[in-house]
Design a protein around this ligand. Sequence first.
Ligand code: 13P
Length: 224
Amino acid sequence: MIVAGNWKMFDGPDPRALRAALGDLPHVVAPPYTRLRECVEAGLTTYAQNVHWENEGAFTGEISAPMLQSLGVTGAIVGHSERRLYFGETDLGVARRAHAALGAGLAVIACVGETWEQRESGDTETVLRVQVESVRDLCGTHDNLVIAYEPVWAIGTGKTATPDLAQDAHAFIKSLLDLPVLYGGSVKPDNAAELLAQPDVDGALVGGASLDIDSFVAICRAGS
Ligand code: 13P
């Protein structure tokens, strides 16, 4: 069971205070790049929010796996819907990021998920299939790879997927690629236990609630 906090473009909580509050609870934090070193030094399991497929080169605004590893970062999120939506990231680009990061020895959380319009028009499985298969075709199953199912309509909206809906989507994803699947989208302390109790929900990717130490610790505890 993995509970990961994606701080997005927020400064987030004090890493040392968070580390102290977490005690022995398993966790991952993905702070903005400027706080990676501080999180590593505080002893947190620290992932980046993205990673490029090349080790170096003329790729303004990007960061590579070896650069992250030089800071002590142990993993990366790829393919978050905000990257896909606002920054034009494609299925192939996401798969290349995942593949390179795994090859370099980073753990990877690869995100997939449908929009509300896609769900309403009955396209959820098609969308998930295309997204998951592009990761599968390049990476296969890998010990360091997990998928995060984040329905776009549930992100930052307070509209959490019902446990049954999450379970169905996770089972479908696993039928395509047999890997652990985290759920993301308005996970809060009061809904975490029920979501995490679903047989195919193997953890959570938490946005807003990971910015508050008490909330994040409560969700990590629900997952432990
Ligand atoms: P919220 O928990 O704020 O809905 O964000 C989910 C998310 O996007 C995590 O990556």
